[in-house]
Write a protein that binds this ligand. Structure first.
Ligand SMILES: [Zn+2]
Length: 125
């Protein structure tokens, strides 16, 4: 029997940290339930010469890819918390088998058991 409380508090703690990280580089779009990257205001307001504008583009690309990765984790955490609510937490989405406890401890938002962790990235968002 899984002790949901341990995982729930881990997930909630991480979600809190993640939300503050996300709000530093993006805005939450409530309608679509996702995060959108926003440019650094100081940088974009600067009257940039060519070099600075190249820097800015580079930074902007980086910012967007960071946000994308954090947004994916955000979704995973939310999904895991919903699973706890509806009683499907800790079940591999591929095989339907229980996810090993050591995997859940290392990654509370894991969607698959150890045997199927390679395929986790292929699951729909
Ligand atoms: Zn599995």
């Amino acid at each position: 029997m899984i002790n949901y409380e341990i995982y729930k508090s881990k997930l909630e703690d991480r979600l809190t940290t993640l939300t503050s990280e996300l709000s530093e580089i993006g805005l939450y779009d409530e309608k679509n339930d996702n995060w959108i990257a926003v440019p650094d205001e100081e940088e974009s307001a600067a009257d940039a010469d060519e070099n600075e504008s190249a820097d800015f583009n580079e930074e902007w690309d980086e910012r967007r890819s960071t946000l994308e990765a954090l947004d994916q984790e955000y979704r995973n955490l939310k999904r895991a918390l919903i699973k706890i609510q509806n009683g499907t937490y800790g079940i591999c989405e591929i095989s339907g088998q229980p996810i090993e406890e050591k995997r859940l401890l290392a990654k509370p938002d894991a969607r698959t058991c150890i045997a199927h962790m390679d395929q986790e990235g292929e699951l729909p968002l």
